[in-house]
Write a protein that binds this ligand. Structure first.
Ligand SMILES: [Zn+2]
Length: 553
C-alpha cells in the first residue's frame, strides 16, 4: 500500500513537473489580437447623426456587442492629431508625452519641428526624400504597444498603418516592428529606416497591386441617392472649400480629372483611401500572421481621410456624411476579417478619435452664434509693434503656434542683475494686450502652468495638461468658444479646449468586454490603462488615466 502511494505520488510529481516544463506558451487568457482604430476628426455625435444609415457590421456592431463611452473627452489643449494619437496610446497628455502639437517651435534650434519628423532617418519603399524622414523619437513616454513589446520579450507583433505618417508612427510606439504610411507622391505605402532597411515582401506585393490607380479611375458619387442625406446641409454652400481644383464643392467628383491636377495626394481626401487603408490592414494581418498564435499582437489603424476632407468641407457637408457611411462598410469588412483569423471573441477592438471638430465660424455668425477667425500671424505682427517701445530694436515675439506665444529670449537682458525682469515685463504686457483682443478668452503665463496641479479643472487645467516645460511656449491663450486660427473662411479646424473639439467616441468590443454604455465622465487617457488591464500588462510609463471600470466583464 505504501509502495502504491509512493509510486502514485511519484507519478503525480512527474505529470505536474513535465507539464510545467513543457509550458512554452503564455497564459492564454488574453486576446490574440488588439486592433486600435483612430478615426481622425470624428465627433461623438456622428454615431447618432448618421446612425440610422449605418449597417449592422460596423459602428453598430461595436455598439451592440461592445461598450460605448458617451461622455469621453480630451483633457488638454491643443486638440490636434499628433497630440491626440500620442495621448490615446500613452494614456497621458502632452505635459508628459511631449507631443505638444503636430508642429511646434523648437526653442533650442529656433526652427519648427514636426512631431514625427526625424532627420536621422530615410525613406524605405520609394524615391521620395522627405516622406520617410520619420520616427517616434520625439515621443517621450511609452505607449501601450511598447508595453506589450516589453511584457512579451518582443514576441508580440506591433504594426502601425495610416495614410498620415504621424497616425501610424505615434500609436505603434518606439519598439514597433513597423509603421507604414501613404507616400502621396508615389501613391504607395512606405516606411523609414527607424524600422527596417527594405519593405517586407507582403508590402511590396501590396504596393504592386496599384490600388490607388484603381480608386482614382472612378467618379465619387454619394452611396445612396443624394436627397436621402437629410442629416447634412445642402450640397453646395459658401462654407465648404473646394477639393483638388474642382470648380464647386459638390457631387459628383470626377477623380481622374482631379488626379490629373493634384496627383496621388487627392486620394487621401476621399473615402476610397479608407478602403485602401482597410485593404492594407487586412494585408498586414495576413502578411505578419497577426493573431495567429497565443502571443497577443497589436495592429494600430488610423483613418485620415475623415480629417483631410473634414478640414476642407466642414461637418455639415454631404461629403462628410458619405465618407462616414462608407467608413462604416470598411469597418464591417475589417471586423469580418478579424472573425476569420482570430475567431469571434478572441480579439479586442477599440475605436476613438484624435480630436473632434468645430463648426465653421462663418456659418455660426450667419446664424447669430458668436464665433470668429483669429489670425495669429496678424496678431504676432501687431504684438511686436506694441512691444517695440518697451524693447527698442528687438523683435520680442518669435512665434505663435498652437495658441502658444513664444518669446525671443535673446531680446531680454543677459545681465544676471536684471533678475529676469525683462521676461516678467514682456509677459505682463503681452497678456494685457491679448486680453483686450477680440476672440481671446484668457491667457496663462508659463510660470502658472508649470506650477499647476495636473488634475486642475477648467481651461487652466486643459492648458496645464498640454504644457510641457521644455517644449511649450511662454504664454498659452484660450480663445472664446467658436473661434479658431485660420485664414480661410471655408471648411473648419480643431484644437480648442471646448467640447466640440474634445468630445469623441470611445468604443470597445471583444474579449473581456461587456455590452453596455456609460455616461460617466472619462478622459481619452483612460483607453491605454483599460487595455493594460485587459492584457494584464504594465500601464504605459507616464500614464495618468484610469481603467474604465464599467466595461469589464
Ligand atoms: Zn485636422
Amino acid at each position: 500500500m505504501k509502495h502504491v502511494r509512493l509510486s502514485l505520488a511519484f507519478f503525480l510529481f512527474f505529470v505536474v513537473t513535465s507539464s510545467v516544463f513543457s509550458q512554452k506558451k503564455p497564459d492564454n487568457d488574453r486576446p490574440r489580437l488588439v486592433v486600435g482604430i483612430v478615426v481622425d476628426q470624428m465627433r461623438q455625435e456622428y454615431l447618432y447623426r448618421f446612425g440610422n444609415k449605418f449597417g449592422e457590421g460596423g459602428f453598430k456592431r461595436m455598439m451592440s456587442e461592445g461598450f460605448m463611452l458617451q461622455n469621453a473627452h480630451y483633457n488638454y489643449v491643443p486638440t490636434v492629431t499628433g497630440a491626440g494619437h500620442a495621448s490615446i496610446y500613452t494614456g497621458t497628455t502632452p505635459a508628459n508625452h511631449g507631443i505638444i502639437g503636430n508642429d511646434w517651435y523648437d526653442k533650442e534650434s529656433g526652427k519648427n519641428v514636426y512631431c514625427a519628423g526625424d532627420p536621422a532617418q530615410t525613406t524605405v519603399g520609394s524615391a521620395s526624400v522627405e516622406d520617410g524622414k520619420m520616427s517616434a523619437h520625439r515621443l517621450l513616454a511609452t505607449t501601450i504597444t511598447d508595453e506589450l513589446k516589453l511584457f512579451t520579450q518582443k514576441k508580440a507583433k506591433v504594426i502601425g498603418i495610416s495614410i498620415k505618417d504621424r497616425g501610424s508612427i505615434l500609436p505603434a510606439g518606439h519598439m514597433a516592428d513597423a509603421a507604414y504610411w501613404y507616400d502621396e507622391n508615389a501613391g504607395k505605402f512606405i516606411s523609414s529606416t527607424y524600422y527596417m532597411t527594405t519593405l517586407p515582401a507582403w508590402v511590396e506585393n501590396f504596393n504592386k497591386l496599384g490600388l490607388p490607380d484603381k480608386y482614382l479611375s472612378q467618379t465619387w458619387n454619394t452611396l445612396y441617392p443624394i436627397e436621402q442625406y437629410v442629416e447634412s446641409g445642402p450640397d453646395n454652400t459658401p462654407y465648404e472649400g473646394k477639393l483638388g481644383g474642382k470648380d464647386k464643392p459638390a457631387f459628383p467628383y470626377d477623380l481622374p480629372a482631379m488626379f490629373k491636377k493634384s496627383g496621388y495626394d487627392i486620394l487621401s481626401y476621399t473615402p476610397f483611401s479608407n478602403d485602401y487603408l482597410t485593404e492594407m490592414a487586412k494585408a498586414a494581418i495576413d502578411g505578419e500572421k497577426m493573431g495567429a498564435d497565443e502571443w497577443t499582437d497589436f495592429l494600430c489603424v488610423s483613418y485620415s481621410a475623415t480629417d483631410k476632407l473634414g478640414h476642407t468641407v466642414g461637418p455639415n457637408a454631404i461629403e462628410i456624411e458619405d465618407i462616414y457611411l462608407r467608413l462604416d462598410k470598411s469597418l464591417a469588412d475589417l471586423f469580418r476579417k478579424l472573425d476569420q483569423v482570430a475567431g469571434k471573441g478572441n480579439y479586442v477592438v477599440f475605436l476613438s478619435a484624435d480630436h473632434a471638430v468645430a463648426d465653421n465660424p462663418q456659418y455660426l455668425v450667419d446664424n447669430k452664434v458668436p464665433a470668429g477667425f483669429m489670425r495669429n500671424q496678424n496678431l504676432q505682427a501687431r504684438l511686436n509693434d506694441f512691444l517695440k517701445p518697451y524693447f527698442p530694436g528687438k523683435e520680442v515675439i518669435r512665434s505663435i503656434m498652437n495658441e502658444q506665444v513664444y518669446f525671443n529670449h535673446d531680446a531680454f537682458s543677459s545681465d544676471p542683475k536684471s533678475g529676469g525682469m525683462d521676461l516678467l515685463i514682456a509677459t505682463e504686457l503681452t497678456i494685457n494686450y491679448l486680453l483686450q483682443e477680440k476672440g481671446v478668452a484668457n491667457a496663462f503665463p508659463k510660470s502658472i502652468l508649470r506650477q499647476g496641479a495636473y488634475d486642475e479643472g477648467g481651461h487652466k487645467g486643459m492648458a496645464i495638461r498640454g504644457y510641457n516645460p521644455k517644449r511649450s511656449g511662454d504664454i498659452t491663450m484660450i480663445l472664446e468658444p467658436g473661434w479658431y486660427d485660420a485664414w480661410s473662411i471655408t471648411g473648419t479646424t480643431h484644437g480648442s479646449s471646448y467640447t466640440y473639439d474634445t468630445h469623441v467616441p470611445v468604443l470597445f468590443f471583444g474579449k473581456g468586454i461587456k455590452q453596455g454604455t456609460s455616461v460617466l465622465p472619462h478622459t481619452i487617457t483612460d483607453i491605454a490603462p483599460t487595455l493594460s488591464v485587459l492584457l494584464k500588462i504594465k500601464f504605459p510609463n507616464a500614464c495618468t488615466g484610469q481603467p474604465v471600470a464599467e466595461l469589464f466583464n
